[in-house]
Ligand binder design. Structure first.
Ligand code: G3H
Ligand code: ZN
Length: 284
C-alpha cells in the first residue's frame, strides 16, 4: 500500500535497520525499485526531486504512474512517494495535493529561524493530510539537480533539537559530511554528532548522499539512529553503464526496450543489494 514514511521509519529506528529512499527518474526506475522492494519484502521510499518530477510530466503524472504500477504488480509492501529536497512551501503543497504521501522541505540554506518557520508551515499542511515531513539542517556537499551544496557544513545538534521541537517533523536529515554524487576519497561522517542528534531529537535520522558510503559507515550510522538512507547516483550509474555497453556493442540497435530493459534490470539488482545492506529485507 501507499503510506507515509512516519510508521516505517519509527519501526526502522527501533529495529536498527534503514529504509532506502531510491530516487526515480522515469518508468524503468519506478518499475525496478518497486519490484526489488516486493521481492525483498522490504518497505521502500520512492524519492522524487523537483527536477525529476518535472521531467516525468509533473507530480500528478508521477502519482498515477506509481499507483498504476503498484496495482499491476500487486505490490504488498509499504511504499511512500516522497518529494526530495522540496524548495518551498508551495512545492510541498503541490506534491501533497497531487497525492504524494511524504515531503521533504529543504530550507537548510536559509537562516535557522526561517528554516523553522517554513518547515512548521509545511508540517501543519502535510500532517492535516496524513503526509509525513522531513527537514534538513546543515549543508550536504556536492550537487543533485538544482540543489548545490556550497561546501559541507555540519548540522548543529542544539539547532536540530530546537527544530524538532518547534516544528513537529517526522524525521530529520542533519548534514554530517555526506555528499550528493560520488565522493572524492572516503566520506568523513560526523558520527559523534549523529549520536547526539539522535538522542536529543528522538527522531529517525536521514542520511543523504548514500552513493559511495562504505558498508561499515552505513552500519555505524544505522546503529546511531539513522533510519532512512537516500540513494540516487548509484542507480543512475548502474543503468547508464549497461545502456552504454549495449549501444557500443550494437550500433544498429534502435528498439529502446532492448537497452532500457537491461538498464532496468541493473537498477533492480543495485536496489536489492542496497536493501540487503540496509537490513530492511523481510521488514514489510
Ligand atoms: O536526496 C537524494 C540523495 O541524497 C541521493 O544522493 O545521489 O549521492 O546517492 P546520491
Ligand atoms: Zn539529498
Amino acid at each position: 500500500p501507499l503510506v507515509s514514511m512516519k510508521e516505517m521509519l519509527i519501526k526502522a529506528k527501533e529495529g536498527k535497520y534503514a529504509v532506502g529512499q531510491f530516487n526515480i527518474n522515469n518508468l524503468e526506475f519506478t518499475q525496478a525499485i518497486l519490484q526489488a522492494a516486493e521481492e525483498e519484502k522490504s518497505p521502500v521510499i520512492l524519492g522524487v526531486s523537483e527536477g525529476a518530477g518535472k521531467y516525468m510530466g509533473g507530480f500528478v503524472a508521477v502519482v498515477h504512474m506509481v499507483k498504476g504500477l503498484m496495482e499491476s504488480y500487486n505490490i504488498t509492501v509499504p511504499v511512500a512517494i516522497h518529494l526530495d529536497h522540496g524548495s518551498s512551501f508551495e512545492k510541498c503543497k503541490e506534491a501533497v495535493d497531487a497525492g504524494f504521501t511524504s515531503v521533504m522541505i529543504d530550507a537548510s540554506h536559509k537562516p535557522f529561524e526561517e528554516n523553522v518557520e517554513i518547515t512548521k508551515k509545511v508540517v501543519e499542511y502535510a500532517h492535516s493530510k496524513g503526509v509525513s515531513v522531513e527537514a534538513e539542517l546543515g549543508i550536504v556537499g556536492g550537487q543533485e539537480d538544482d540543489v548545490v551544496g556550497q561546501g559541507i557544513i555540519y548540522a548543529d545538534p542544539q539547532e536540530c533539537k530546537q527544530l524538532a521541537e518547534l516544528t513537529g517533523i517526522d524525521c530529520l536529515a542533519p548534514a554530517l559530511g555526506s555528499v550528493h554524487g560520488p565522493y572524492k576519497g572516503e566520506p568523513k561522517l560526523g558520527f559523534k554528532e549523529m549520536e547526539e542528534i539522535s538522542n536529543l531529537t528522538g527522531l529517525p535520522l536521514v542520511l543523504h548522499g548514500g552513493t559511495g558510503i562504505p558498508t561499515k559507515d552505513i552500519q555505524r550510522a544505522i546503529s546511531l539512529g539513522t533510519a532512512k538512507i537516500n540513494v540516487n547516483t548509484e542507480n543512475q550509474i548502474a543503468m547508464t553503464k549497461v545502456v552504454r555497453e549495449i549501444l557500443e556493442n550494437d550500433p544498429k540497435l534502435y528498439d529502446p526496450r532492448k537497452y532500457l530493459g537491461p538498464g532496468r534490470e541493473a537498477i533492480k539488482q543495485t536496489v536489492i543489494g542496497k536493501i540487503r545492506e540496509f537490513g530492511s529485507s523481510n521488514k514489510a
